[in-house]
Write a protein that binds this ligand. Structure first.
Ligand SMILES: CCCCCC(=O)SCCNC(=O)CCNC(=O)[C@H](O)C(C)(C)COP(=O)(O)OP(=O)(O)OC[C@H]1O[C@@H](n2cnc3c(N)ncnc32)[C@H](O)[C@@H]1OP(=O)(O)O
Ligand SMILES: Cc1cc2nc3c(=O)[nH]c(=O)nc-3n(C[C@H](O)[C@H](O)[C@H](O)COP(=O)(O)OP(=O)(O)OC[C@H]3O[C@@H](n4cnc5c(N)ncnc54)[C@H](O)[C@@H]3O)c2cc1C
Length: 572
């Protein structure tokens, strides 16, 4: 049943029930509350939405306007939408599907506000699915993509819920209205950290789908003459086509491995947090925010590169690529808009840099910040050696973090307030954070291909893919590596020629590398990416099913074209 519902289209959106609503119960509810709601959610006996974003606020959670005011006389919370901009807006499934929602609201008790907390609110009747008293619901209207999902709006007019409907794993309100502090106020955000982490795999899978479609099609499609008189070659024989597709293919593998690390990190850090050790929360937040931002942005761009690499048929919905792009574009905004998330990572890096300046030894994903020497040791580097490539990315990131942090310190020494100094350096900070995440992805890719348990012949192919990904990054951002002389112009030239060699080396394994994602045609939903390669027959069949082809002469002819033609002919 649940699987059927998951695939249900046409206005039924159950995705967020699984990826946001149910995990919020798992992560924010007490054991008592889990007994009441978790099984209902897991068995889809209730359907939920994660209602946090409002018409007026998405990024700034502390600015949310929905209120949850505790009434000790009845031991209830009163959920209210005090303004138009407090209307919950965007939550998936909220419009027509969900009958429950976890609602993020400003908690008031004894006249004091304690900030945003999560509350379980039933929003529709379990009998007839009508909105509950005081609740106004609806769909927010057509979007760029995913119009089968009813992203909705909700307003609450003094809706009363029992005290026990506040998700109280971390913070609590006692019957008399006493507020009990959580170990960290950011624990209310823990489900966002979890969801951001899952976006890294979503990005990897989306890029894997796009490269599967584009690589397979590039082996079917023959076009032009590479040599006069010779048969038209597969378009994948053109180096430019390889330069478009293989870095995206390498990125799909890199992000897939990065998501393994993210999942492992999330598990171990939240495990420690369960035992009261919050020390890993800051690093987990910075890593998930940065990886989510970086992988979704590269993926959205990469899918569009794949679309363009497929020519006109790439622009058709038959390819599946426009839908993939629309979905990936949403991931750049949802679950923490990418710029804001990368600034969160930058905030953590500036803090770590200051700690390393004060002599603290850094650990985890920022350990390299204290290990990297500021003064570069130039020299002829072996640009095909993975260790050399990883070191180059770490040097680049450390230099950019140091530069942004010192720039900020300089602004503050000139008398600027910290917040103003931060804002006037935020472009530098974003670039430094992106370089940091890029260096993490490269290092993790290199470590994975060197340690993963595979046949040596497979390791050789993955190593080439990792070299390709790294060399592409260096040539695309050459200025960052040349800036302090860490790499020389000769190194960059060497990187470019190694990259060309890698394109040629990956070519024979390209189809095997996309087949290895094992994406069924039913998942790919692409005529161009069909496993059997029978593109043209199925393209024709697909087109014939277009609604416009239901009649030979479309009704619009009689309504518009015929009278128009007639009147023009009458004037001749
Ligand atoms: C398929 C589609 C699904 C889509 C589903 C959705 O979109 S659901 C809705 C998703 N919405 C979002 O993701 C909202 C994004 N916005 C936020 O997460 C938050 O507003 C924010 C992180 C940007 C800012 O939060 P705050 O203003 O409370 O925090 P602020 O930036 O002042 O930082 C204060 C301190 O808190 C830390 N901090 C912030 N968030 C944290 C977190 N999740 N976990 C741990 N620590 C965190 C910071 O590092 C910083 O530490 P230090 O002080 O030590 O430096
Ligand atoms: C497809 C989709 C599904 C969604 N599903 C859900 C859901 O299920 N539940 C839910 O609660 N929400 C959901 N959302 C909402 C989503 O979480 C928000 O759109 C997102 O958090 C961004 O907030 P915003 O829309 O208010 O944009 P804003 O925060 O207004 O951002 C607008 C611009 O302002 C910039 N900006 C904002 N703050 C800063 C800053 N501090 N520094 C620099 N620049 C800044 C941003 O970078 C951005 O460029 C969904 C959104 C989409 C697109």
């Amino acid at each position: 049943m649940a699987a059927a519902l998951q695939t249900l289209g046409g206005g039924i959106g159950i995705t967020l029930h699984w990826i946001a609503f149910t995990p919020t119960i798992e992560q924010q509810a007490t054991e008592e509350q889990k007994k009441k709601w978790l099984k209902l959610a897991q068995d889809v006996a209730i359907v939920g939405a994660y209602a946090q974003t409002e018409m007026g606020h998405g990024t700034f959670v502390r600015g949310l306007e929905t209120t949850a005011t505790y009434d000790p006389s009845t031991q209830e919370f009163v959920i209210n939408s005090p303004t138009l901009t407090s209307t919950k807006w965007w939550p998936g499934g909220l419009g027509k599907t969900a009958n429950h929602a976890t609602v993020m609201a400003q908690l008031y008790t004894r006249g004091k506000c304690y900030g945003p907390h999560n509350f379980m609110v039933q929003i529709r009747s379990l009998e007839n699915h009508q909105p509950c008293p005081g609740v106004t619901l609806g769909d927010i209207g057509p979007k760029m993509e995913s119009n089968g999902n009813d992203n909705g709006f909700a307003r609450f007019d003094h809706v009363r819920i029992p005290r026990e409907n506040m998700l109280m794993k971390f913070a609590r309100v006692e019957a008399d209205g006493t507020y009990v502090q959580p170990p960290s106020s950011k624990l209310a955000y823990s489900n966002m950290v979890y969801l951001r982490g899952t976006f890294v795999m979503s990005a990897a899978q989306a890029l894997a789908s796009a490269t599967t479609i584009a690589v397979r099609y590039s082996c079917v499609r023959r076009q032009s003459e590479m040599k006069p008189g010779e048969p038209e070659p597969q378009i994948l024989e053109y180096q430019t086509q390889q330069y478009k597709l293989f870095p995206q293919l390498a990125a799909a593998y890199a992000f897939w491995f990065a998501s393994w690390f993210m999942t492992q990190q999330h598990g171990s850090i939240t495990g420690s947090m369960e035992k009261g050790d919050m020390s890993g929360l800051a690093e987990l937040h910075a890593l998930s925010a940065g990886l989510k931002s970086y992988t979704t942005a590269v993926t959205a761009r990469g899918i569009d590169v794949c679309r363009m690499a497929c020519g006109g048929h790439g622009y058709s919905h038959a390819s599946g690529l426009p839908a993939l792009f629309g979905g990936a574009a949403a991931l750049c905004t949802a679950e923490g808009e990418n710029t804001v998330m990368m600034l969160q990572t930058a905030r953590y890096l500036v803090k770590c840099f200051a700690q390393s300046q004060a002599g603290k030894r850094l650990t985890g994903t920022v350990a390299y910040l204290s290990a990297v020497q500021p003064s570069p040791v130039a020299g002829n580097r072996n640009m095909s050696d993975l260790g050399t490539l990883v070191a180059a990315f770490q040097h680049r990131a450390a230099r950019m973090v140091r530069h942004a942090a010192m720039q900020m310190q300089g602004e503050m020494q000139k008398g600027k307030a910290r917040e103003d100094a931060w804002n006037s350096c935020s472009v530098l900070l974003i670039k430094a954070a992106e370089a940091h995440v890029h260096s993490f992805v490269v290092r993790n890719f290199a470590e994975t291909v060197q340690t993963v348990e595979v046949d040596e012949s497979v390791r050789a192919v993955l190593t080439s893919l990792c070299q390709l990904y790294s060399l592409y990054g260096i040539t695309e951002h050459a200025g960052d590596f040349l800036k302090d002389g860490y790499l020389t112009g000769r190194d960059i030239d060497a990187a470019s020629s190694h990259l060309s060699a890698m394109l040629a080396r990956v070519r024979p394994d390209a189809v095997a590398l996309v087949d290895a994602f094992d994406l069924h045609d039913k998942i790919l939903r692409s005529v161009l990416g069909r496993y059997d390669g029978r593109v043209y027959e199925h393209l024709y069949e697909w087109a014939k099913k277009s609604p416009l082809n239901k009649s030979e002469v479309h009704e619009s002819y009689y309504k518009y074209l015929q009278p128009f033609l007639k009147s023009n002919r009458a004037k001749l």
